[in-house]
Write a protein that binds this ligand. Sequence first.
Ligand code: AMP
Ligand code: ZN
Length: 119
Amino acid sequence: MAGEPQADCLFCKIVEGTIPATVVRETETTVAFRDINPQAPTHVLVIPKAHYRDAATLAAADPQLTADVLRETAEVAAEDKVDATGYRVVFNTGAGAGQTVFHAHAHVLGGRGLEWPPG
Ligand code: AMP
Ligand code: ZN
């Protein structure tokens, strides 16, 4: 069923607490934790607790939950004090775009200059 935990999903395991993570924020519907391989001084992943394979699937299935994730990216940026200097929110979607974990997640990147366009 849509949104149900997947036994083989790394981020579902982080939600369940069976794999540790450095959690920076948690709400009823979302978790935010530091990326294990940070690409910037601030590199936090915001995920819905419910499992959706990517941002497009999440957005189609649950607009409110999509908004929860996006609102949390702003809260993370403010807490890490990168909101004033600017930060980037990225949803890699599909293997061709670099998605490696197929549980929807927003990358929040900041704390250094960010080039545009990204690689
Ligand atoms: P993506 O390539 O967009 O699917 O992003 C997946 C991200 O998850 C990568 O930036 C990884 O460094 C990160 N990652 C993988 N395993 C973990 C973990 N156990 N804890 C935190 N971040 C992770
Ligand atoms: Zn999952």
